[in-house]
Ligand binder design. Structure first.
Ligand code: SAM
Length: 248
């Protein structure tokens, strides 16, 4: 069934109205019309099954048959990826795959060993990355559109620790605590049934300077190993998200 994101403002009690690019796609490309059924998502976790009316000039309305929580979201987990700015176009792959794997927010950051630079916080790249997140959310039938935040520094990230139930540092030189052990320890102390807000920090190609790892630990961030092999920066976030999906 074709699926579209719409703004909550386009939904009333019984009906929805689709306009813009999606209107054109529905009528000109998919050639859908009266009595065809589509699925729309309000981007805040609810999906609607809609029976379309006859298209107008610029919009097409539909009657809501039923609505239900989006299956593309995990009510027990809200994961934020803090990604050390990688070189080239790797960030595009990271965003696409991590959206498919359920990430809710992606925060690019610069640190001592990041080589790639973004001109300023509002760099055009961020707009492009947000578009990639939107397309991946549509393709993977997410119930929300993950947000790509403006560029931060690792220092900014440290200040975020208090806003998370668990903030993890994937640290290549951590050789004591595995991700599995960290999650098991955390589970003992966490409330069952609560939606857990978890953050994971992934370094750039050059990794983390020991001083940075120390500063993270001092801020209450838990450093974890992802195993004895060194993963590429574009692989590491996916590994953590996959393991969190297995865990919850
Ligand atoms: N330059 C580092 C080195 O050669 O040891 C490798 C950095 S790795 C390419 C990029 C990031 O992926 C790391 O900073 C870390 O966040 C994560 N990562 C990769 N392999 C890891 C592992 N085995 N354990 C924990 N984190 C890992």
């Amino acid at each position: 069934m074709h699926r579209f994101f719409i703004e909550p403002g386009q939904i009333t009690e019984q009906s929805i109205v689709i306009s813009g690019e999606d209107f054109k796609h529905i009528t000109k490309v998919l050639r859908l019309g009266k009595d065809d059924v589509v699925e729309v998502c309000d981007g805040t976790g609810t999906d609607y099954q809609v029976v379309l009316n006859t298209p107008g000039d610029q919009t097409i309305a539909g009657v809501i048959k039923e609505h239900y929580p989006s299956l593309g979201e995990n009510p027990e987990l809200s994961v934020t990826l803090f990604q050390g700015l990688p070189k080239g176009t790797k960030m595009e792959v990271i965003i696409q795959k991590c959206v498919e794997l359920g990430v809710v927010e992606i925060v690019p950051f610069s640190s001592m060993r990041t080589i790639s630079q973004i001109k300023d916080k509002k760099d055009k790249k961020i707009e492009r990355w947000q578009r990639i997140a939107y397309e991946a959310a549509k393709q993977s039938k997410r119930g929300i559109i993950p947000v790509v935040k403006d560029l931060q520094t690792l220092k900014d990230v440290l200040k975020e620790a208090a806003h998370f139930d668990l903030l993890l540092l994937a640290y290549e030189d951590e050789n004591k605590r595995s991700l599995k052990v960290a999650l098991m320890d955390f589970e003992k102390k966490s409330e069952a049934g609560k939606c857990l807000k978890i953050g994971v920090i992934i370094g750039p190609e050059g990794g983390f300077d020991p001083q940075e790892a120390e500063a993270c630990r001092a801020a209450g961030i838990i450093s974890v190993s992802l195993g004895t092999r060194i993963l590429r920066t574009e692989t590491a976030g996916m590994v953590v998200l996959s393991q969190l999906n297995f865990w919850k």
